[in-house]
Design a protein around this ligand. Structure first.
Ligand code: NZQ
Ligand code: MN
Length: 384
């Protein structure tokens, strides 16, 4: 058997209303905090106000950085890191979806050093400010893993990176915060969870631990992905999706992602207005077809977890039924889309195919079926 190591030091708190406990939790780390959030959702819903109150009640001095955009840029991260350094802030709190949470981890690293955050792609970081994540989407799993994804707007590159010092100290998962997600955000982030579980479960680097997380996440997805979209106020469905997201985040922390993510990052890197989950939606069915032969047994197992009836189906038919089911899930989420619908220009496909290797090479390596640039370009064309 292969040797393996697993490590994840994040203390996870799950429960409705838990954001009110942040002050007490944060006090362990510092008397000052940089709150990293997006431009409007957390302000409009009053969530940022609630966070500021619990911090102030605990005697923590908060500074708010609220310029993080979806698909965050290195300029935003470097600017916020500069503020943290200048004000000698001792703690970073990410509040929002994957974009602010990823940024909070990158800011925590950049604030400790004196080089631009982009340089950390090549220079491993050994230390970072402590980070607390408060997640508002059930999607990326960023709340519980070490990864950060950032875009260089000059080159359109969108790589991910993650060092051991980047694990959040604590993650607060409060499903109440997720109730305000608009339908499109619920659909795209929820589908991101599906793809994480799918890629972590089938990837070459999977092991018993990541698979265990995936199994439970599949069950939760089966009953709650479409429900949370159709019944946005259903706190139980929201909570179960939040759990699925965290389980999936733990799974990809162990065993990474595959070709769907490898291709999606350059898509939203070149088109920052495309939501990560929407890019995934356009690419998933064709990528599953591409991987079918290499992971037929896994597809059958997942089909079983999704409650697809075997009745009289051959192995090939049963594995193939998972791809049909995925198409049905996408349709139910109103995400039956191609890259063209998302505004991707056909002339850009070759550039995107190349960048899947230069910025997300490890994810291509992890894919069950081997793929070169030619195959990736073909997948992009089929997903157009
Ligand atoms: O920007 P604001 O005003 O905050 O609004 C956001 C944004 O417009 C809004 N939103 C978030 N939570 C909300 C809400 N609106 C109402 N109520 C709420 N509760 O939704 C929009 C999207 O937010 P964003 O944070 O960009 O979405 P998501 O959670 O999908 O994060 C995407 C980013 O994470 C990266 C992606 O590449 C992308 O950059 N990823 C991070 C990963 C990781 N750390 O492991 C893995 C993923 O595969 C992914 O690559
Ligand atoms: Mn993802």
């Amino acid at each position: 058997m292969n040797t393996l190591s697993v490590y994840n030091p994040v203390k996870i708190h799950f429960g409705t209303g838990l954001i009110a406990e942040t002050g007490k939790i944060a006090k362990k780390y510092s008397d000052s905090a940089l709150i990293v959030t997006g431009k409007s959702s957390m302000q409009k819903t009053g969530t940022l106000g609630r966070l500021l109150k619990t911090l102030q009640d605990a005697g923590i001095n908060p500074t708010v950085y609220d310029k993080i955009t979806p698909n965050p840029t290195i300029e935003q991260i470097d600017e916020a890191a500069g503020i943290a350094r200048e004000k000698r802030i001792g703690l970073v709190i990410g509040l929002g979806g994957g974009s602010p949470l990823d940024s909070s981890k990158a800011i925590a690293v950049a604030a400790k050093g004196d080089i631009p955050v982009w340089n950390y792609l090549k220079t491993p970081a050994k230390e970072a400010l402590p980070v607390i994540t408060i997640v508002s989407t059930a999607g990326t799993g960023s709340e519980v893993n070490r990864y950060s994804v950032m875009t260089n707007p000059e080159t359109a590159e969108k790589p991910g990176f993650g060092y051991e010092c980047m694990y959040p100290k604590e993650a607060i998962i409060d499903p109440e915060i997720m109730l305000s997600m608009p339908p499109y955000v619920t659909a795209t982030t929820g589908f991101d969870v599906f793809v994480h579980v799918f890629e972590a479960f089938t990837g070459k680097a999977r092991n018993a631990f990541s698979s265990a997380y995936c199994m439970q996440a599949f069950y939760l997805l089966k009953d709650n992905l479409i429900k949370s979209y159709g019944e946005p106020d259903n706190i139980e469905a929201r909570g179960n999706m939040a759990l699925a997201s965290a389980l999936a985040g733990l799974a990809i922390d162990i065993s990474g992602v595959g070709i769907i993510h490898a291709i999606e990052h350059p898509v939203s890197g070149n088109y920052p207005d495309i939501a990560h989950g929407a890019g995934l939606a356009a690419l998933t069915v064709e990528s599953m077809k591409y991987n079918l032969k290499a992971c037929k047994r896994d597809f059958m197992l997942i089909a079983h977890h999704f409650g697809i009836k075997r009745a009289g189906k051959s192995d090939d038919e049963y594995a193939g039924a998972l791809i049909e089911k995925t198409g049905e899930i996408l349709a139910a989420l109103n995400l039956n889309i191609g890259l063209k619908d998302l505004g991707v220009e056909k002339e850009k496909l070759a550039k995107i195919a190349g960048e899947a290797f230069t910025t997300m090479g490890f994810a291509v390596q992890n894919n069950p079926e081997t793929a070169g640039e030619k195959e990736v370009l073909r997948l992009l064309e089929a997903s157009y």
